[in-house]
Design a protein around this ligand. Structure first.
Ligand code: CDP
Ligand code: CDP
Length: 216
């Protein structure tokens, strides 16, 4: 079973995808980390993420980089959104994500283009969203807990800029797949979001099984 979870920054997709993986006993891949690793590698190599050839050169990173806490910072997230615009960067990371999705038994992946590009055949697809203000408040609270004094206005402006860049790029833009179930977490607690996510996945899997049985 392949489960695709997509959505914008701080919508709750990571929390939901990790918990779906636990619930169904599947391995989990946070694909945003791959783009974050490219961004951090661009910085270390003193290259420019806006130049496609520079960003491509940074795609060949050591796996150990994926465990570096620096990848979780907002600055790296912003750089990742700049580097991920390039089609050749997306192509360089494509096979790794495909392989993960296609492993025996299945997997849960979260990102921006899992249901549309990486695993369009997924058994269940969720598009997780929440209003920009609520997402900014969540990110702001996380940053505050980590000792940052960045203002809520700055976090909101960054979220809006990242949404715009991710949704308007021509290569694999952030958009819900036609067959994705929408899950708006704006006014849901984490627990309620998880419960709803499981209901939506179970329903999609049951519908698919019924359709396959009817066809055979
Ligand atoms: O956790 P958050 O949503 O803030 O970010 P992320 O999922 O770690 O992704 C960081 C950036 O990588 C995003 O803003 C996207 O530009 C890019 N990304 C992408 O293009 N495709 C993916 N499948 C995952 C991330
Ligand atoms: O992966 P993504 O960037 O979409 O978001 P996340 O890291 O799963 O969630 C962002 C923040 O929102 C985390 O601090 C979650 O605990 C919180 N959250 C929430 O307050 N309510 C929800 N229904 C889901 C997540």
């Amino acid at each position: 079973m392949i489960i695709a979870v997509d959505g914008p920054a701080a919508s709750g997709k990571g929390t939901i995808a990790r918990s779906l993986a636990r619930h169904y006993g599947l391995p989990y891949l946070d694909t945003g980390l791959l783009y974050r690793a490219v961004a951090e590698n661009v910085r270390r190599m003193e290259l420019n993420p806006e130049i496609e050839a520079d960003a491509v050169a940074a795609c060949d990173f050591e796996d150990a980089l994926l465990d570096d806490p620096v990848l979780r910072t907002d600055d790296v997230g912003k750089m990742a959104s700049i580097a991920s615009v390039h089609p050749l960067v997306r192509a360089a990371l494509f096979h790794r994500q495909r392989r993960f999705a296609n492993q025996p038994g299945g997997a849960v992946l979260d990102g921006r283009d899992i249901g549309t590009v990486i695993a369009p055949e997924a058994d269940a697809k969720l598009f997780v969203r929440a209003t920009p203000t609520i997402r900014a408040k969540r990110r702001h609270a996380e940053l505050r807990d980590n000792g940052s004094s960045v203002s809520l206005d700055k976090v909101l402006a960054d979220i809006r800029a990242r949404d715009l860049r991710d949704s308007t790029r021509s290569a694999a833009p952030l958009v819900a797949a036609n067959d994705a179930a929408l899950l708006d977490t704006s006014f849901l607690s984490i627990e309620a979001s998880l419960q709803r996510a499981i209901e939506l996945v179970d329903r999609q899997v049951a519908l698919r099984a019924e359709r396959d049985a009817y066809r055979s």
